[in-house]
Write a protein that binds this ligand. Structure first.
Ligand SMILES: *Cc1c(COP(=O)(O)O)cnc(C)c1O
Length: 461
């Protein structure tokens, strides 16, 4: 099949290495489009010209494009993908046996690259477009460290400077992640720092703070717009990131087609929404076009329940309240979740695409507690051998729950989940679980109300 043959619009194009040659943009099939990013000053939808000083130009075009169904993946990005893609779709025979379930469980394993997570799929694309634009470097934030690691790897490949603002608590508690990033050549600053105006302000107002993702975003954006030749890049939430991550779902769909198997349930954990969106969107496209039916389930931590207890409203993506507003399910930009070990799921908001699809009831979401998540992680590690990331283990939890339901009903459902990464840098969390000292903290209704009371008026009136 010709690589860029677009005559069959809904087919996945695989090359001889079985790597898709195009990303899929689910927005093209959405009747209700996701709400645009708007200005916090007066609520107008941001234009390409306004976005270009902050983000890379080609990525902004992808961000604003609600109509193009497929985007060609640049040749050089495909070459990079070949190092670790296609990622395996694995039948979890041993887990099925341990559970004694008639269900068939499959997982798509995105942890088979050195950065250890699916985030590399978008990092390499974003670095490519930054380089193609002739930029000198990019800035970003990282919480748990997976995104920063992925971006550092991608920037090393394209010889770009990479400035990472790392949430201070992670910088101190996860020195190994920090050193991986520095080995790939990134410059890593603990956030909040006194290298930016917003960082200085946060430090003055909250001396001794250990930082938050939202605060690191504010610093990274400021550094990008004040340093010539730099732009800001983001590892989740944005439309463009879901677009790049669609490679996960396209490969999954192609593999299932090859096996002659149709999945009944698709499960992904939800932080900012990029892996869930990327894994599920080709299947969601089929639902939206009325071609097929699947049950799609997002899984979030009970300690940071954006979908299940948040509000569908415009909100800041950052604590510093300097970024554009996005319409999403949010707990409020000032909401600080309790110390939860799934760092990648601690964001107060969610992708606007997923927010709209959730509002339209295309998929459902469950909130799970962290001790039950680690119980699932342990069961998975002991049966399938892979040490899963705490984030990924949220999806494992619900896959196991669904498989146990099948055990009761005798149904032979096909359950597929996205195993987003490995947990080698999360061993302090495993240690707590193994020692029996891990706890579950769920925000009270008052905590939630306090976060929602601070939503901006702009966009919500
Ligand atoms: C970042 C991360 C997540 C959550 O991010 P999404 O954008 O919601 O996918 C999940 N798993 C791993 C391993 C991560 O690094």
């Amino acid at each position: 099949m010709a690589r860029n043959d677009k005559s069959i619009p809904y087919k996945t194009y695989l090359d001889e290495n079985e790597i898709p040659r195009q990303w899929y943009n689910v927005r093209a099939d959405m009747k209700n489009k996701p709400a645009p990013l708007i200005s916090p000053a007066d609520g107008h939808a941001l234009t390409l010209e306004e976005m270009n000083p902050i983000f890379c130009e080609e990525l902004n075009k992808q961000e604003l494009d609600n109509d193009t169904r497929f985007f060609d993946i640049p040749e050089s990005v495909v070459d990079f993908y070949k190092m670790y893609r296609p990622s395996p779709l694995v039948r979890a025979y041993f887990l099925e046996k341990v559970l004694g379930t008639p269900a068939k469980i499959y997982y798509k394993f995105e942890g088979n690259n050195t950065s250890g997570s699916h985030k590399l799929n978008s990092a390499i694309a974003q670095a490519y477009y930054a380089k193609a634009q002739g930029l000198k470097g990019v800035t970003t934030e990282t919480g748990a460290g997976q995104w920063g690691t992925a971006l550092s790897m991608a920037c090393a490949y394209y010889d770009l400077d990479c400035k990472v603002y790392m949430v201070k608590v992670s910088y101190e508690q996860k020195p190994f992640r920090r050193e991986v990033m520095r080995t790939y050549g990134a410059n890593v600053t603990p956030s909040p720092s006194n290298t930016t105006q917003v960082g200085k302000k946060i430090l003055a107002e909250h001396p001794g703070t250990t930082g938050s993702l939202g605060c690191a975003i504010s610093e990274a954006v400021e550094a990008a717009v004040t340093t010539p030749g730099y732009r800001y890049v983001l590892g989740s939430v944005l439309n463009q990131v879901l677009l790049h991550q669609s490679i996960i779902g396209l490969e999954t769909k192609a593999a299932f087609e090859k096996l002659g198997v149709k999945p009944d349930i698709l499960i992904g954990c939800a932080g900012g929404g990029s892996n869930l969106g990327g894994f599920a969107s080709p299947f969601i496209g089929e639902i939206l076009r009325g071609e097929n039916n699947y049950e799609i389930i997002g899984v979030e931590p009970a300690s940071c329940p954006s979908f299940t207890r948040g509000k569908f409203a415009y909100d800041f993506c950052d604590t510093g309240m300097i970024c554009p507003l996005a319409k999403m399910y949010t707990l409020g930009s000032q909401f600080i979740p309790s110390a939860n070990h799934a760092g990648g799921l601690r964001f107060h908001g969610i992708s606007p695409i997923l927010a709209q699809l959730y509002a339209d009831k295309v998929f459902s979401v469950r909130a799970v507690e962290q001790t039950s998540v680690f119980e699932a992680a342990e069961m998975f590690a002991r049966s399938e051998g892979i040490l899963p990331a705490p984030e990924s283990s949220h999806a494992i939890r619900v896959a196991i729950d669904e498989a146990l339901k099948c055990k009761e009903t005798g149904e032979e459902k096909v359950i597929a989940f996205n195993l987003t990464g490995t947990g080698y840098f999360d061993l302090v969390a495993y240690e707590q679980y193994n020692n029996g000292t891990m706890t579950d903290t769920i925000p009270t209704d008052e905590d939630i109300a306090r976060g929602l009371a601070l939503l901006p008026k702009v966009g919500n009136e």
